[in-house]
Design a protein around this ligand. Structure first.
Ligand code: F6R
Length: 363
């Protein structure tokens, strides 16, 4: 069943091009109907979004905030389910409540969905990988990702297919709100449909990432940096590394370095940097200089034309192409591979990391 792979996690990382293509398979036009019969009516009446999730699904939500505000112009809040369900919040009936979950059974996310509904927020949408799950049954609207069964405890293909669905949701809401002209829509959809191919090209970087994993395997701490929409990707990279390799990893928006984490930087700590070629590149480069000045070792996933080259203390893996708004889907892939190979070298049980369960159905 594993074919050429050693673990389900590795297999699932390599299934991502297929999983994303399947998630897009039934998509023709960008229309509310993709999210359920009542979606047209609901989307018309929505003026903000509240995303609720846990873990990796929470990072998918955080990523999509940048799309929803940047492309669709809709205010978007993102909450950790276990926090949201227990705090006093101010409900707004015009909010679209979006729960995101691979399993659709995560206790806190399901309870948060019911909590939102009890507060009078009945416009609910679940993005989920399991069509028959509790969350899908409890929601008015739904989008089913087609990642296929995910066995590895560390979520990989579920994450990238969630991002695929969330980008579609963004386009759909942008269109409903009259903020998407047909030319842009066609261009975004062209980019989205090309993602499976683009992910395949990123997967071909595996041997280079393995060489880095050899060095990471002997570390006890790592720092991950990103900016803008790639900050949640840095968070996801750090989560992957900590949960399967048991290396302590923290992610920061690079602009926060000076406000504390720079104190951690010395020769011994690897600093993984997500470096897309976007409008924040120059800012990111100056953050990298701060690390360099403290003799930190930088491990940079850099797009083409960023001018970033390997030097003594900067190691660069070049990403195959710049991918504009969909770049997070590509940049998370080498971080998954880095965590996987580091954990494997350390001899860990990659598919069943200690203390963790695949589906957290109790609080
Ligand atoms: C991390 C991971 C977990 C899950 C979280 C939510 O790799 O798998 O953080 O993302 O437990 O699970 P779902 O998406 O099933 O609600």
């Amino acid at each position: 069943e594993l074919g050429p792979y050693r673990h389900y996690m590795q297999k699932e990382i390599f299934e991502q091009p297929r999983a994303i293509a399947d998630t897009l398979e039934a998509v023709g036009d960008v229309t509310p109907g993709l999210f359920g019969e009542k979606a047209a009516e609901v989307f018309n009446d929505v003026d903000r979004i509240l995303m609720i999730a846990c873990g990796t699904s929470y990072y998918a939500a955080l990523t999509s905030k940048y799309w929803l505000e940047g492309i669709a112009g809709i205010p978007c809040d993102v909450e950790i389910a276990s926090e949201y369900r227990y705090r006093k919040s101010v409900p707004n009936p015009k909010t679209l409540v979006v729960t995101i979950s691979q399993s659709g059974e995560t206790a806190d996310t399901l309870a948060a969905l019911k909590h939102a509904r009890d507060l009078g927020m009945t416009k609910t949408l679940t993005i989920c990988n399991v069509a028959t799950s509790a969350m899908v049954r409890e929601s008015l609207l739904r989008y089913i990702t087609r990642a296929g069964v995910e066995i590895g405890v560390a979520s990989t293909k579920a994450f990238t297919t969630q991002l695929t669905a969330l980008f579609l949701l963004t386009l759909c809401l942008a269109k409903v709100k009259g903020r998407l002209d047909p030319k842009d829509e066609a261009e975004y959809m062209r980019l989205l449909r090309h993602v499976p191919k683009a992910v395949s090209a990123v997967l071909a970087l595996e041997p280079q990432v393995m060489a880095w994993a050899e060095r990471f395997a002997s570390k006890e701490d790592a720092l991950f940096l990103g900016r803008g929409i790639h900050y949640p990707i840095a968070l996801e990279g750090a989560l992957k590394l900590k949960e399967i390799s048991y290396i302590h990893a923290e992610a920061y928006p690079a602009g926060e370095l000076k406000h504390g984490p720079l104190a951690l930087v010395d020769e011994s700590i690897p600093v993984v940097t997500v470096a897309p070629n976007d409008e924040l590149l120059e800012k990111l480069k100056s953050n990298m200089k701060e690390v360099e000045a403290r003799k930190g070792e930088l491990y940079v996933f850099a797009d083409a034309d960023t001018g970033l080259e390997s030097t003594e203390h900067i190691h660069v893996i070049r990403m195959p192409e710049n991918y504009g708004p969909l770049s997070p889907i590509l940049h998370v892939v080498p971080l998954q591979l880095l965590a996987y190979h580091t954990a494997f070298i350390r001899g860990n049980d990659v598919d069943k990391p200690r203390n963790l369960a695949k589906s957290v159905t109790t609080e």
